[in-house]
Ligand binder design. Structure first.
Ligand SMILES: Cc1ncc(COP(=O)(O)O)c(C=O)c1O
Length: 382
């Protein structure tokens, strides 16, 4: 077998020297403070059987999609699911894509055009950055969650005649767990005639009365150009949806390469999405349990005098800054030995000095689990 070209081998070696080498680990059976399965739905038997029932009712007992959605892969279940999603999320149209990553690159590579301006929060997810890089637009980052900085930048850059401006943020940030000032951003977008795009990956299934997300909880859905909601996190399944106008959907179906040039999700993935959303619509208890656990976790942070390390967050993501790759890896390893799975987030995923332990909270974490992990952390840090 041919080995790696020298430059690639050197990059790997450098990663090792920088203590930032990644490898694929088996998923563990430790107490879960790391997965995105915030509501435990990934292993819900009820949803599993409901999805199967949906497939049977629609005569769709098949394994693969057989082609792109534009060719043979657009099974009728897509229409059912997209209609359901549009109604649930109070939007004109919904377009399901294979993953949040695909949705972000497909959207940003095709929507902002050459000469347009994209203003994005400095902490947005890698999939948004990659999409933005693929667009031919000019890009400007604004300070994290800083509406004032965004306004200044919008004021400073005069916009030639047909230039469009896009403002991009996440509603809940994937690494810090904090929330964007959505109402302010909606107001700024209106003032400047800009198009607002919000990634709701970590808000879907958690915020809103029934898991609709923070956009609907904030009541700004009419002011948003596009929303991205992913299904791999709280919904516990796979895929993503772009929510927006019917004409945006038509545009993406025609120009979004990550929708056009790939095999569609198999029918059972789409049936699972539909089954989860049917559950959301009737209301599920796990959302309230998760919220109780978030409150309890925050109380335990104070009880264990850990406030200094933790970034303020009201979401299911709670990060404790422990600078240095080695240091944070050591602490995560010690917690593993005590039975807790908490992932260390290393540079270069986060900036140097802000390496962290990232706790993902779940509806199924017990109060014992939560007080146990924080007590252990306090001991290790003292
Ligand atoms: C904010 C955000 N957007 C998009 C994605 C990508 O979603 P997916 O895992 O469905 O590709 C993630 C995943 O980590 C994310 O955190």
């Amino acid at each position: 077998m041919q080995d790696l070209p020298l430059k690639l081998a050197q990059s790997l070696e450098k990663r090792k020297q920088e203590n930032a080498f990644r490898s694929l680990k088996k998923s563990s059976s430790l107490i879960d403070f790391s997965s995105n399965d915030y509501l435990g739905l990934a292993s819900s038997e009820k949803i599993y059987y409901q999805a199967h029932q949906i497939l049977k009712e629609n005569n769709l007992l098949q394994n693969g999609a057989t082609g792109s959605r534009l060719l043979s892969g657009n099974h009728k279940i897509y229409d059912l699911a997209e209609e359901f999603l549009s109604e649930f999320h109070q939007t004109e149209a919904a377009l399901i894509l294979n993953s949040g990553y695909d949705a972000n690159i497909g959207f940003f590579a095709s929507v902002p055009k050459r000469g347009d301006f994209i203003f994005y929060d400095e902490l947005v997810h890698a999939s948004i950055r990659d999409g933005i890089t693929m667009s031919n637009a000019k890009t400007y980052k604004f300070n994290h969650n800083n509406a004032e900085d965004l306004t200044k930048k919008l004021e400073k850059l005069s916009k030639p005649g047909n230039t469009e401006r896009y403002i991009v943020t996440e509603s809940v940030f994937s690494m810090d767990g904090d929330m964007a000032p959505l109402k302010e951003l909606a107001k700024i977008s209106e003032e400047f005639g800009a198009f607002l795009i919000i990634d709701e990956a970590h808000a879907t299934g958690i915020f809103g009365e029934k898991g609709e997300g923070l956009v609907q909880e904030s009541g700004i859905q009419e002011k948003v150009f596009a929303r991205l909601n992913t299904f791999g996190k709280a919904p516990g399944c796979h895929g993503a949806v772009i929510l927006g106008s019917k004409s945006l959907k038509d545009y993406l179906v025609n120009f979004s390469r990550s929708l056009i040039y790939t095999t569609a999700l198999p029918p059972h993935s789409v049936a699972t999405i539909l089954a989860v959303y049917q559950q959301f619509k009737t209301g599920i208890l796990e959302i309230q349990q998760l919220k109780r656990n978030i409150r309890f976790f925050k109380e335990e942070i104070i009880k264990n005098d850990l406030q200094k390390g933790f970034l303020g967050s009201n979401s299911a993501i709670q990060s404790c800054i422990i600078p240095g790759n080695q240091q944070v890896k050591n602490i995560a390893e010690s917690l593993r030995k005590e039975g807790f799975e908490v992932k260390p987030i290393l540079w270069p995923t986060v900036p140097k000095g802000s390496e962290r332990l990232r706790f993902c909270l779940h509806s199924f974490n017990s109060e014992n689990d939560i007080s146990g992990v924080l007590k252990n952390l306090a001991k290790l840090l003292s």
